[in-house]
Design a protein around this ligand. Sequence first.
Ligand code: ZN
Ligand code: ZN
Length: 281
Amino acid sequence: MKADLHLHTTASDGRLEPREIVHLAVKVGLDVIAITDHDTIDGVALALTAAKAFPSLMVIPGVEINTDVPDGEVHVLGYFIDYTDRKLATVLRRLRDSRQGRALRMITELRSLGMEIEWQRVRELAQDGSVCRPHIAQALLEAGYVASLKEAFDKYIGHNGPAYVEREKVLPVEAVGLIIGAQGLPVLAHPADIGDLNKLVSELKAAGLVGIEVYYGNYGPDVTNKLLGIAQQYGLVPTGGTDYHAFGDSSEVMIGEALAPAQSVERLLALADKHSLELIK
Ligand SMILES: [Zn+2]
Ligand SMILES: [Zn+2]
């Protein structure tokens, strides 16, 4: 079983539409995918509809909630969420609105640093989805102010950059609660760089965390083994995925190149009480 449980679409900062991601997943031979857009579930229904043409592909309705900790951001994935849950949609909408206000403020900061990028262009790059920092980075790249998306983050809009603006704070534990409230399974995303990982994991485990992303993007064997140890220590399901956005960057890990073990998918299915594909579709 090949399962990539971390994929973005145009509903947030991915470049492929949900339908295109589904087609690509089939093309590269995946059996299970999860649509996990930042703070939105708008891509889920479209992906599920597109997947109806491919009975061999299971699409897990998901989300990735961006949360704040003192030294940066922590992302919490939610799997098997009820994407029709109104409370979830309302809270996510509020987060996106705050994201938009923040993006506007970052553009103002960039202007004050002499970089003229247009809000209209950033909106276009977001393609009706929520406006995220990579869209601003892309606009900076297009305008020739930076040579890569990474440089945009490193020099200007990263956490310590001069044009960085904070957004409405959400705590990791609140994201876990929100996902559980929508019948979802909370999983800690790409945790390798989190400062006090043990402290956070034990706090989130107490709140209902069920998994931790261990097989991620370009994590090497050392990082993966360390995270696997933490998964075992706390009884968490070790999940995996690429975090594929279709950025087109040469450094990007391609869809299907980091996979969740079949056993982990089985564990998630059992926890979600979705023993058959039919329950999802
Ligand atoms: Zn993330
Ligand atoms: Zn992601």
